[in-house]
Write a protein that binds this ligand. Structure first.
Ligand code: AMP
Length: 396
């Protein structure tokens, strides 16, 4: 269903296949603390190796300025090897002889990881000379790093312009999910957007109101909207200077026939603390000396009703300060409801970005959504309607 070249079209047998992956795993004291990103790239590596391709992995790690042993991918090669259940060789550089010698030693089905692409300034500059150096090492290019696809770097975009390029299986799954979520969704589509601030999500809100049938706004950002409509919000987190922006978004939604669903009540407390004494007030009766930390029960009912009306839900951002109980209840209730509708076969649910994955994990439902994207920045840029250079370069 994708308009992208995928591994189905690639003849990898006996070929040197440069595979861009995301191995930017969190590490503490040299130990990987979360291997999700490694797990996600295994299917593509396995498939190419099983088909007799020579797998040459390209990845960045951290934000080094030049070569820095602290940002070496060497420990990651060992971890990939363990998860893959197969030896993964490591090359001390991603260009030059230190790369070409181990590449030339590869046999069909072997796997090699090249050192951090960001050790070279040409990576982030997408320098054509650096692209050519990388391209010498491969016959084909596969991009499986959706999370880096919003960057036009040598290994994420440049290579697809000079070698035959294909989407890896993880990239393909992400593109399929995103297409189902917004580009060719089953209607009605409801977007749920929460999180702390309007200022970080203006482009996203402006794009969504032109594409979805209803937009639920929750979290701290809802306070800015409520304030803009002329109601008091006490000591709640808000960006009062963005009242005009909020009104513009509301007007744009009206013009596009997109319903805006704002909270009708809020769970309030005097302080932002675990177990803080709290009380729910109607949205037109928020006490001056309290702050809204979650959507109230009537708002939850409305959000659940909106989910019931939807064939597709796209979700970014928690509906309250979910890290602190009991202000997680709105997010948890809405997430579980969307998960149940998905399990019942009534809903396509796509979520991602920032704290959303953590919030859905907290609710225990990340596995029940149709698709949860772990690609923070790239997922948000896609929600903003921007084209992603790494994806554009793979279009068939
Ligand atoms: P974001 O990274 O923009 O998605 O924002 C996520 C953060 O927003 C989380 O840390 C939440 O605790 C916070 N948040 C959500 N709702 C509220 C609220 N009503 N008051 C304060 N913080 C909130």
């Amino acid at each position: 269903m994708t308009a992208f070249r995928t591994l189905d079209q690639a003849d990898v047998k006996g070929k040197r296949v440069l595979v861009r992956v995301d191995l930017n795993v969190p590490m503490e004291n040299g130990r990987i603390t979360d291997a999700t990103r490694i797990e996600r790239v295994l299917p593509t590596i396995r498939e190419i190796a099983d088909k007799g391709g020579r797998v040459i992995l390209l990845a960045h790690f951290g934000r080094p300025k030049g070569r820095d042993p602290k940002e070496s991918l060497k420990p990651v090669a060992e971890a990939v090897s363990q998860h893959l259940g197969k030896s993964v060789a490591f090359a001390d550089a991603c260009i030059g002889e230190a790369a070409s010698t181990p590449v030339n030693a590869l046999k069909d089905g072997d796997v090699l990881l090249l050192e951090n692409t960001r050790f070279h300034a040409g990576e982030e500059k997408n320098d054509p000379a650096f692209v050519q150096e990388l391209a010498k090492l491969g016959d084909l290019y596969v991009n499986d790093a959706f999370s880096a696809a919003h960057r036009a770097h040598a290994s994420t975009e440049g290579l697809a312009r000079v070698l035959p390029g294909y989407a890896g299986r993880t990239m393909q799954a992400e593109l399929d999910a995103l297409t189902k979520g917004l580009e060719a969704p089953k209607r009605p589509v409801v977007a749920i957007v929460g999180g702390a601030k309007v200022s970080t999500k203006i482009d996203l809100l402006e794009n969504l109101v032109t594409k979805v049938d209803a937009l639920v706004i929750g979290g701290g950002m809802a306070n800015t909207f409520v304030h803009a409509t002329g109601l008091g919000i006490g000591k709640s987190l808000a960006e009062k200077d963005l009242a005009a922006t909020a009104m513009r978004i509301i007007e744009k939604a009206r013009d596009a026939n997109c319903a805006i669903i704002l909270p009708v009540d809020g769970v309030c407390a005097y302080e932002f603390k675990v177990g803080a004494q709290n009380h729910t007030y109607g949205i037109d009766a928020i006490p001056e000396d309290q702050m809204i930390l979650d959507v109230g029960s009537q708002s939850i009912e409305r959000i659940q009703a909106a989910i019931n009306d939807a064939a597709t839900v796209v979700w970014n951002g928690p509906l309250g300060a979910f890290e602190i109980a009991p202000f997680d209840q709105g997010t948890v209730a809405a997430a579980r409801h969307a998960a149940q509708r998905t399990k019942d076969g009534k809903l396509v649910s796509v979520a991602g970005g920032g704290d959303t994955v953590a919030a859905l994990n907290h609710a225990g439902v990340a596995d029940s959504f149709t698709y949860v994207s772990t690609a923070g920045g790239a997922f948000l840029e896609w929600l903003e309607g921007k084209s992603l250079p790494g994806v554009e370069a793979l279009r068939a």
